[in-house]
Unconditional design. Structure first.
Ligand code: BTN
Length: 234
């Protein structure tokens, strides 16, 4: 394993992308701030001092439910350190509930041939957020300041354990954790600019989300759903 820690960088994700042939399996690139942090669908990932931003390079990893496994590892890390129970938003986010759901962590997975780049942003210790983003930090939520290194070490431990566990026992126990802490479970949701709407039921054994619409049960994978949110409330 190798760790490269920057004070400031454009994006840890892009650093790995542009050095991919020189980097080993299990290289972790971490930054205190990012100037071009990015999330899924080309969203900007707000990356000020206080948050934890990192990307991990994995070679030859082929796990269809990878983002869900990573989500569970983040979920467990938050639960262990802060003694709070966050919510898992299928397929790649972690939320807490503070009057309304607020995002505390996001996952971005990119594949380049046999290489997988796992990018994670965690809102750890930021003191404020712009009003237009539905996010908060774990510090604002719990009142606890946690050093980035402590969070990272605990996450690494959970992640490597979880990858090992998955390779032996498969997805089922992860699925149980996700379904027990699934954001919007049994709520009316909408996605894909209103083209999909129904009641969110559960994550199935393949990691697909199940949505009960008026006339059928839809099973969709992460690539088929964009901007899943609760219908009409927030
Ligand atoms: C999302 O919520 O859409 C995913 C956000 C992923 C952000 C992380 S921060 C570290 C890594 N570098 C980036 O530019 N993005 C990911």
């Amino acid at each position: 394993m190798k760790l490269i820690w920057f004070d400031k960088i454009d994006s840890t994700q892009d650093y790995i992308k542009s050095h991919i042939n020189e980097l080993w399996d299990d290289t972790w690139v971490i930054a205190n701030t990012q100037t071009k942090g990015r999330g899924r669908y080309s969203h900007v990932w707000y990356s000020t001092e206080g948050g934890l931003y990192f990307s991990l390079l994995k070679k030859n990893l082929n796990i269809p439910v990878l983002s869900l496994i990573i989500g569970v590892s983040i979920f467990k890390t938050i639960q262990d350190i802060y003694n709070i129970t966050p919510l898992i938003k299928w397929p790649n986010d972690i939320y807490v509930f503070l009057e309304k759901p607020k995002k505390v962590s996001g996952i971005l997975i990119e594949k380049i041939k046999e290489d997988t780049i796992i990018g994670v942003g965690v809102n750890l210790n930021q003191e404020d957020f712009p009003d237009d983003i539905q996010a908060t930090s774990l510090k604002l939520f719990s009142g606890k300041y946690i050093d980035k290194k402590i969070f990272l070490i605990n996450f690494m431990k959970n992640l490597y354990n979880d990858l090992e566990y998955y390779s032996v026992y498969g997805f089922e126990d992860f699925r149980k954790i996700i379904n027990n802490h699934l954001l919007y479970k049994d709520k009316n949701i909408t996605a894909n600019s209103g083209k999909i709407s129904g009641v969110l039921k559960e994550v199935d054994e393949n990691g697909y989300i199940t949505i009960k619409t008026q006339d059928k049960l839809l099973k969709l994978n992460a690539g088929e759903i964009e901007m899943l949110r609760e219908y009409n409330i927030w």
